[in-house]
Design a protein around this ligand. Sequence first.
Ligand SMILES: Cc1cc2nc3c(=O)[nH]c(=O)nc-3n(C[C@H](O)[C@H](O)[C@H](O)COP(=O)(O)O)c2cc1C
Length: 455
Amino acid sequence: MSVEGNNATAPSPAVAPGGEAIEPVAAARDLARRWPGGIDPRVPAIVPAFDAPFFQAGLAGYSDAAMRIVARRHGCPFCVTEALLDRTLLAGGRGFNKADLGALHDNIPGGAEDHPLACQIMGSDPAEMAAACLKVAEQGLRHDKVYRQLAYDHLSPDERSEVFDTHLRAPGGVQVGRIAADPREETCETLIDEVNAVDPALHPDTRSPRHPASPRALSFETIDINLACPVKKIKSKARGGHWLAEPDGAIAILRAVREAVPAGVVCTVKLRRGFDDTAEMAANFDRILDAAFALGYSWATVHARTVEQKYIGPSRWDILRQIVRRNPDKLIFGSGDVWEVGEIFRMLSYTGVAAVAVARGCIGNPWIFRQARQMLRGEPPAAPTLAEQRAVLEEHFRLSVALNGEHHAGRLMRKFGIRFAAHHPAAEDVRRRFISVGSLAQWREVLERHYPTPG
Ligand SMILES: Cc1cc2nc3c(=O)[nH]c(=O)nc-3n(C[C@H](O)[C@H](O)[C@H](O)COP(=O)(O)O)c2cc1C
């Protein structure tokens, strides 16, 4: 997981004409009256534990298993991994530089507790995407070489050697992040269980029971195809959101993946509302969305910004609403400008999406999920106490150490601390202190000084 840089820009309000009048409390109440848990029953029919109309979005550089587990312990019913490049997966985690997003170990479930989970894959070539998604679906059951053959057999010898020279280790090399025969080997599960074992007081209700490893601990409930990431093309090859400008290629990827993975494996897609604001790109979006559903994709998460917008400027909930209205029988999830709990219910009510992706609004704020559940129960959403803030910072840190090692966790937790500070009564001061943290010892000092333990 990259610890450098982030796209965490300042909140912008979504464009939702007429939406100002929506009262989140009333919207939550109406939803809870309509459906158990406030969620369209078609969603838990696909993923049984997805029992509330919100989830944690993929967030490259943040949403590793530690963040996901903290979110789940606060009521988040479903999480998405950060986007992993298909080639990274086919190469067993090696062969790419930092610009290539997503590390393999961040896309492995963090034990039995880290479910249900979507594995998000992104790429440029239908055959590579299909092979990578098949590898995810099969948990790497076949030899790595076989997946690579599936991905690259159609290439000419020259293209093939270019791909292997540039991107892949020689077939047959030791695969980093290989899915082992013993599922406990090389996964985060052992580490997370160890953390829980040394700290048995940690969430006794939600802690995963110690049990023999099951294949489920490794598997994913869904595979999510990323047609949304705005990061630039490499060597003029489209990927992520850039596919919205090339609908034939996008559809070829969706088709290749759906045909490659077994029919029982749930596939979904994440996409932007368009590449830009032109009518041509809006038509491309419609074509890709229609094709996804026709091919059997179970839901589409629409980030209501364009690719050109990246993460800046308002999300167009008005356009999202039109998309939902044009597709009344399809499951559309929404993303963009969900900064606090009320916006979950505003987006649900205004746009009619079946579920809301919480992204920047949950970085340093797992309580948003607890608050959303409280609102669905008709209770007032509770802000975290200082003691809760400290407990979660420590918990997140322990999980992160288990996953990433102390050095890396220290750097990550500086980043998270800056975001957690928003809840502190002296938010700006604490934020500045986290920003100036240069070592783990200093991080702990901020905790001791600003988050005193009672008594
Ligand atoms: C730092 C960062 C990393 C992101 N990484 C991913 C990713 O890996 N996969 C994905 O589908 N979306 C990713 N997104 C997009 C978010 O899931 C979400 O769609 C977007 O931030 C809009 O929601 P927001 O305005 O409520 O934050 C990322 C966004 C940010 C800010």
